[in-house]
Design a protein around this ligand. Structure first.
Ligand code: UDP
Length: 254
């Protein structure tokens, strides 16, 4: 059901696992957060956007990290990828409860619960208005779900990658500690790398850089932010790769 044409059509949305913790938890999934996400995603799809989602696993993975001390890195990383599948399944259920059609694709074979990742199939689902959730990250240890988001975003030919976090974009300093902090309204990706702003890991940024994939970092916890972005509004921080830009960045007061 489309209620007008969106400014952005195919979007890869990266949701961090940690955002699913909500305000009170150290571990697991906050019901209200995931329900709100589902409603917001529904509104974006109703506007006509094609949405693919990569979800992280930090909310589960970091909760068992103590038990993983001393574990081989690759082994622990596979556990992290399984954590993203738990979140992916929870999100899939929440999306279906608000009436969306979904498919969960996994980079690690789990035939009973998810389709394997098949690029052409994922694109076809999106064209049919289904929300596609990509679980298990890239399927490889030593990577992150940010990198999975960049990779899958490029593969499905997304118009941009949206990274939904708990803060409204990228700042010059920690806004909770520094009154003079400003938000970057837009910033060249190279400038972000030069400043070592820890917004996305370097592997993910390098992938985006090579294909000039635009990114936007925004607060997914604020109702209607996602739909406003889909409609073309300038929310959060836009990361671009435009060599012709007048300035490496533009800021705004908090
Ligand atoms: N992970 C991995 N390969 C991937 C994606 C994820 O090994 O392609 C593992 C890695 O250990 C990571 C964990 O899964 O720390 C959870 O993902 P991430 O930390 O990116 O989740 P987020 O911080 O977004 O919740």
């Amino acid at each position: 059901m489309s209620t007008g044409s969106p400014a952005h059509t195919r979007i890869l949305l990266k949701l961090s696992g940690e955002a699913l913790l909500g305000p009170d938890r150290d571990f697991g999934i906050d019901e209200t957060v995931i329900r709100n996400y589902a409603q917001e995603i529904k509104r974006a799809v109703d506007l006509g956007a094609e949405l693919a989602i990569v979800i992280g696993g930090g909310n589960i993975f970091r909760g068992v990290q103590n038990a993983m001390k001393g574990m081989t890195r690759a082994h622990a990383d596979y556990m992290g990828m399984l954590a993203t599948m738990i979140n992916g399944m929870a999100l899939q259920d929440a999306l279906e409860q608000v009436g969306l059609q979904t498919r969960l694709q996994s980079s690690i074979k789990m035939e009973e619960i998810a389709e394997p990742f098949i690029r052409r199939r994922a694109i076809r689902h999106l064209e049919k208005g289904r929300v596609v959730i990509f679980g298990s990250g890239t399927g490889n240890p030593y990577f992150t779900t940010d990198t999975a988001a960049a990779l899958r975003g490029l593969e499905i030919d997304a118009e941009m990658i949206l990274k939904g976090t708990r803060v409204n974009g990228v700042f010059t300093a920690d806004p909770e500690e520094d009154d003079s902090a400003e938000r970057f309204v837009e910033i060249h990706g190279d400038e972000m790398i030069r400043r070592n702003l820890q917004v996305m890991d370097m592997t993910a940024l390098t992938l985006c850089r090579e294909s000039s994939m635009p990114l936007r970092i925004f607060d997914m916890g604020v109702k209607s932010n996602l739909t406003r972005i889909v409609q073309g509004e300038d929310i959060g921080t836009r990361v671009h790769w435009n060599e012709e830009a007048d300035a490496p960045y533009v800021t705004a007061a908090l």
